[in-house]
Each structure stands twice: as structure tokens, then as C-alpha cells.
Design a protein. Structure first.
Length: 243
């Protein structure tokens, strides 16, 4: 039972296209045509082509591909803005808004053709965003699941609250948790495959696998294949064992 996973994309559409090419090459070599692909969230923000990323993944799902797209904290912040331009994600630090340069909201809006989103009245920018983002994409984005389990792996964006069953996890933790999860070395009953915390290269820690290799900061987009609790990074030269 093998599953493909793609880390945090952050608007890097060309990297996403290459990730799917690596998956198709691996499927061809290994005969894994039916194996699902799980995208670990953070489709948008920071990178230049969030609209293309969202549209591409929406279209692939609509075409019936075996594709699971999880919600990331940046995706939730985008949805909150579309619902209420003055709304705030409850887990966002008080000194930030989604429109802060460090969060990347303006880049997402610019990818939809919104002119100077950070330097114009919020209400006006919001009205233009509602006109620019297809209603079907908006609904799809808001309804993305927070987790997916297959075999011995649990796929989430940020992590899990240790000691809490998957069905009892809160969306806040699945999308935002850091230290309480990252610093916990216990076995979670499954390999937790996640992103959210940017590192230089994917690392398998035994109890978890972090696939956020900093695409949102100019790094690569990592794609892996997971079998049981083992994982391999997909590269131009083929599979590279992780852990």
C-alpha cells in the first residue's frame, strides 16, 4: 500500500507541475497507477501563482483523479478573508494579519489579478477578490479536509495533538500545531506525514515525516512515496530513501 505525498506548495505552480511529473515517472516504473496522491496543504501565499495552483488541483480532482488535498493554515486564512476581510484566524499571532508581507496574502490576491492589494482600501480589494475567485473554488477551498489516513500513515498539514485520537483532533491543531507535536518523540500509532514547519530538506524522524522543504521561501517542493512507515523522496534519479 503506497501513497504519494506533496509538501507545502505556497503558490509555486511550476514546482507543482514538476512534482506530478516525478509521480507519473515513479508510477510508470513501479506500476502504481492506482496509488493516491496527498497534498499536505498551504496551496497559497508567498509564491507568485496561487490561483494556478488552486485551479489546477481543483481541476484534477474534478476530473476524477485519486487526489486528496488537505487544508493548510494559509488556505484557511485565505478562506477567512474571502468570508470576512476583517476576520482573523484564531491561531494567528496578534501582530499579524493575512495581508502582512510575512504571511503572503497580497501575493495570493495578485495572482488573481487584484492590483496592489496591500495598498488599497480593504473593502475594495475584498469585493474584487470575490469577483475574481471562482465560487466553486472558494467552496472547495473552505471544505478541504484536515486529515487523511491510509494504512500506517496519517497525513495532516501541521501535525497532531499527541495522545488524542485522530477523530478527536481539532482543526486548529491539524493546521497550526508546532512545538507540542514537533518536540514529542513518542510513537503516535502511525507515521505522521506533515508539512507546515519549513526545513531545508525532508526528514524522517521515526514517528513523523516532515515534507515542508521551504518552497514558500525559495526552496524545493518535496514529493515522497510512503509505504507502511517507510518513505522515499522522489528525485530525477529515482527514489531516495528517507530515514
Amino acid at each position: 500500500m503506497q501513497t504519494y505525498a506533496i509538501g507545502d506548495i505556497h503558490g509555486q505552480f511550476h514546482l507543482l507541475q514538476r512534482a506530478f511529473e516525478l509521480i507519473e515517472a515513479d508510477r510508470s516504473r513501479e506500476g502504481l497507477a492506482d496509488s493516491p496522491v496527498v497534498v499536505l496543504g498551504d496551496l497559497c501565499d508567498r509564491g507568485p501563482h496561487s490561483a494556478s495552483v488552486i485551479g489546477h488541483l481543483y481541476d484534477r480532482q474534478a476530473a476524477g483523479e485519486n487526489l486528496i488535498v488537505l487544508k493548510g493554515n494559509h488556505d484557511r486564512m485565505f478562506s477567512i478573508f474571502l468570508d470576512d476581510p476583517f476576520g482573523r484566524d484564531p491561531r494567528l499571532r496578534a501582530e499579524f494579519t493575512w495581508m502582512h508581507p510575512r504571511l503572503g496574502g497580497p501575493e495570493t490576491l495578485a495572482s488573481y489579478g487584484i492590483r496592489e492589494p496591500a495598498n488599497r482600501p480593504t473593502a475594495q480589494v475584498h469585493a474584487e477578490a470575490l469577483a475574481a475567485v471562482p465560487a466553486a473554488h472558494r467552496t472547495w477551498l473552505a471544505r478541504l479536509p484536515g486529515s487523511y489516513r491510509r494504512g500506517e500513515a496519517i497525513f495532516v498539514h501541521a501535525g497532531i495533538r499527541p495522545g488524542v485520537p485522530l477523530e478527536a483532533q481539532t482543526e486548529d491543531d491539524l493546521l497550526w500545531i508546532r512545538a507540542d507535536f514537533l518536540d514529542d518523540c513518542r510513537d503516535h500509532g502511525a507515521l505522521i506525514v506533515h508539512g507546515h514547519t519549513a526545513i531545508n530538506t525532508p526528514i524522517h524522524y521515526g514517528n513523523r515525516l516532515n515534507l515542508d522543504s521551504s518552497a514558500g521561501y525559495g526552496g524545493p517542493l518535496s514529493t515522497a512515496v510512503i509505504e507502511g512507515r517507510k518513505a522515499w523522496l522522489l528525485t530525477e534519479q529515482g527514489r531516495l530513501p528517507l530515514g
